[in-house]
Design a protein around this ligand. Structure first.
Ligand SMILES: Nc1ncnc2c1ncn2[C@@H]1O[C@H](COP(=O)(O)OP(=O)(O)OP(=O)(O)O)[C@@H](O)[C@H]1O
Length: 556
């Protein structure tokens, strides 16, 4: 791509000043007007009003017998952020894929600036200014960040060789404009990127060239607070330039922070579109799920004195001397910022990563580290963070994917195995509200959130002595979240020792009897349920940063 083909001046995301308005939910004067109509947004060069709406007219979509969408009519006004909400499998991703030319609608059509268009491919949608930041970033592993961002439009020097200096310059400038400087090195290889960095590359890719509509599909699921704020600042700038933003997320707090309007889908149909300042979390939940979830975190404390998991001085590549005890019936929350070492500790305890020193005792017996099979046999289960990559057999059914962890138990009942397997899978599919016609459905055809529920079902079904759940509700809708909280409470009542790693603080504060906070691979503190507040947790999660600020050099 030449620099001339990139957005410049007012069209560029960072060409416009950052809107200064703070936006607490429910207190946004003029929130019902398009942003571009508001004072300060009307700068020379801001887009002209389009001739007509961009969005969907009566769109339906079926996959074989599955009716994913029915009669959806919805437009995305310029300069406004429209959030799309709905339970797992409600049809959000399918809707986005129709907008970006990945799927063709079975009925109805897509409108761009009032004109009916037949989008045959993502390239065609892109040429019309429609962009998507997909749920699963697609990164080329063997090339740099810069090449990944500018893939398909790389600058060339004499002899048609790649002009690396120009590419680096361009990417560094992009990083600065998008507010991502310091979060990503243009020279890093695709294969070395963290989940968060992969997401940032996808966002940068979507923002190159002239965009009129940008859709984000659960963009923050792997971003830290800091990266999420950089993304929100960017979205504020996109809005101020008159770009239509579509934002898919299950996170209520984010929706109320960033959205102007909220569209709710249920079972493939549009339930309604409301102004974000005139609705509440409770209203949205009722619309999505059809019931009240006000008792989300209700659970009794049932922890006993019997220590089931005792971790002493465990050191791994990035984890330093961690001590942790979990009692039967206790839920211990592991808090920390992304990169604090929580997932590495979880993987090490489950035998998936080497332990360099220290000891692990499970139910009074030493658990030699380094063997996942041994950990499972000893009664320690881990539902890892990267569930889909690490755990699913995509071409197998929900039944097979659920029962694989309990086959030994079912095998004993040789003749009834298949039906026992099916009953088990059905029981969890129902409890976790997996949207599927049958448990014989191949997992690859499920929506992202429903795939996550299947992996979780497997571990919940196993009922180990110690269960470690790493980000158990990531990508999962609010109805199923409530069910997962209930299952965690039930497991605790049955005497299971639980460790929950979560980046959603309200979730940890609601679930945990005790919160252990990590930072930079170490435990920086522990808070009882009574002591734990968001501020107290964050203070410990940033302990080093605070030490460094107050006493330079002291933290080295
Ligand atoms: N390629 C496919 N083949 C068969 N069924 C599909 C396919 N893609 C989607 N579906 C079905 O369409 C429905 C809508 O799925 P979609 O991915 O749009 O949901 P979603 O609202 O994005 O969910 P999530 O919050 O879990 O990401 C689901 O029932 C899903 O199983």
């Amino acid at each position: 791509m030449t620099s001339a083909s990139r957005p410049t001046g007012d069209h560029h995301p960072t060409g416009a000043p950052h809107p200064a308005e703070a936006r607490p939910a429910g207190d946004r004067p003029g929130a019902d007007r398009p942003r571009s109509d508001r004072p300060g947004a009307d700068r020379p060069g801001t887009r002209r009003p389009p001739a007509g709406p961009t969005g969907f007219a009566d769109v339906g979509k079926h996959f074989g017998t599955v009716q994913a969408l029915t009669g959806v009519t919805l437009d995305f006004p310029p300069g406004r952020v429209t959030a799309l909400m709905g339970e797992n499998g409600a049809g959000k991703s399918t809707l986005l894929k129709i907008l970006t030319g990945d799927h063709r609608p079975s009925t109805g059509h897509v409108l761009v600036d009032g004109e009916r268009v037949e989008l045959r491919s993502p390239t065609q949608a892109r040429a019309l200014g429609i962009r998507i930041v997909p749920q699963e970033p697609e990164i080329v592993p063997h090339v740099s960040v810069a090449e990944n961002v500018h893939v398909g439009a790389l600058p060339t020097a004499a002899g048609r060789r790649l002009d690396r200096a120009e590419l680096r310059r361009r990417t560094t400038a992009d990083l600065e404009r998008f507010g991502f400087s310091g979060l990503l090195d243009p020279e890093l290889l695709g294969s070395d990127l963290t989940a968060a960095q992969r997401q940032l590359v996808e966002i940068m890719r979507a923002l190159t060239g002239e965009a009129k509509l940008i859709a984000f599909d659960e963009p923050t699921s792997s971003l830290s607070e800091h990266e999420t704020e950089a993304l929100f600042a960017l979205i504020d700038r996109l809005r101020a330039q008159g770009i239509a933003v579509v934002y898919v997320s299950h996170r209520m707090r984010e929706i109320f922070r960033i959205a102007d309007r909220i569209a709710v889908l249920r079972d493939g149909a549009l339930v309604g579109v409301q102004d974000a300042s005139r609705t509440t979390e409770g209203d949205l939940v009722r619309q999505m799920v059809g019931r009240d979830l006000s008792t989300l975190f209700e659970r009794r404390a049932v922890a006993t004195d019997r220590v089931v998991l005792d971790v002493r001085d465990v050191t791994t590549d990035h984890v330093r001397g961690v001590n942790l005890t979990v009692r039967a019936g206790e839920v211990v929350g592991l808090a920390g910022l992304v990169g604090a070492g929580r997932s590495e500790l979880a993987l090490a305890l489950a035998g998936d990563l080497p332990v360099h020193s220290g000891s692990i005792t499970l139910d009074g017996r030493p658990l030699p580290p380094g063997s996942p099979g041994r950990a499972i046999r000893a009664g320690l289960g881990l539902a890892p963070e990267e569930r889909k990559d690490q755990a699913l057999f995509l071409h197998r059914s929900i039944r097979e994917n659920t029962s694989i962890a309990v086959l030994e138990r079912l095998r004993r009942l040789r003749f009834v195995r298949r039906s026992a397997e099916r009953d088990l899978a059905r029981q969890y599919a129902d409890r976790l509200r997996v949207r599927t016609p049958s448990v014989e459905q191949e997992v690859r055809t499920l929506s992202g959130g429903n795939q996550q529920k299947v992996v979780l079902a497997r571990w919940l079904a196993r009922r180990p002595k110690v269960l470690i759940l790493d980000e158990p509700t990531r990508g999962i809708d609010v109805g199923a979240k409530a069910e997962i909280y209930r299952i965690i409470a039930d497991l605790a009542e049955q005497g299971v020792a639980l460790v929950v790693v979560s980046s959603e603080l309200p979730e940890l504060l609601g679930l945990a009897d005790r919160i252990v906070v990590m930072q930079g691979g170490r435990v920086t503190g522990e808070l009882s349920r009574a002591e734990a507040t968001e501020t107290a947790v964050l203070r410990l999660a940033m302990a080093d940063d605070i030490t460094t600020t107050t006493a330079p050099g002291a933290a080295s």
